[in-house]
Ligand binder design. Sequence first.
Ligand code: S5P
Length: 260
Amino acid sequence: KINDVLKYSERAAMCTNELSRRLFGIMDKKKSNLALSADVTSSKELLQLVDKTGPHVCMVKTHVDILEDFNQEVVEKLTSLAAKHNFVLFEDRKFADIGNTVMHQYSGGVYHISEWADLINAHAVPGPGVIHGLKKIGASKGRACLLIAEMSSSGNLAKGSYSQDTVKMAEENKDFVIGFICVSKVSSDPTFLHMTPGVQLEAGKDNLGQQYLTPSEVIGNRGSDIMIVGRGIYQAQDPALAAKQFQIAGYDAYMARMAE
Ligand code: S5P
């Protein structure tokens, strides 16, 4: 069997990393390859949004540093919602510094990200030291990391040999790196998760360089595993309904891919 025809449950069984196994398991159980990008700026709004859309998602991605009123209680409540709805919590911090600095940024400061986020991400630009620093903090807590192999924004520099070298860096750190932020299938290893931002029900762009693809393009044609949707859900009239629509579109695209 090649990667494309493996089910989530089969891929879960192949994973040695606890978090990737859990995430594939959630995708299978909830029939969802949808991640909500919960980019709102008030905690109340964030928690309401996550509670409403929780049944439809396998993961919630946060930018806690955009919250106007961040406090410890917010992450406690987010963690309870993650347990209630069974999803993975991903803090989109995009670490991009030397190992020693990212260790502090991950564990300390105001946010203590390593205490509550299951998943984080990092740019590969500093070299493997960034992964080694993050791993020192996160691995023993059962956390994991994605590397940003590609970006969705126009004119970005993460392409060609940079993307390829990022994949190599992930392969060399498979105990902690479980996949990629990317817009194409960058690895054929079925234990790596490909996660793609820049998704709306219709293709297009915003006025600051973001480029949107559809669920069927991302999951069906490009072979990504998880689609990350922000404004397509939280700016909709009815975010729960929008989440449900994305869930169905993404899962249908996965089923169609399996049937090919
Ligand atoms: O290349 C990227 C990587 C990320 S993680 N492009 C992105 O847009 N993102 C994030 O995905 C971005 O920070 C935002 O939180 C989300 C996309 O949001 P949307 O509102 O455009 O769907």
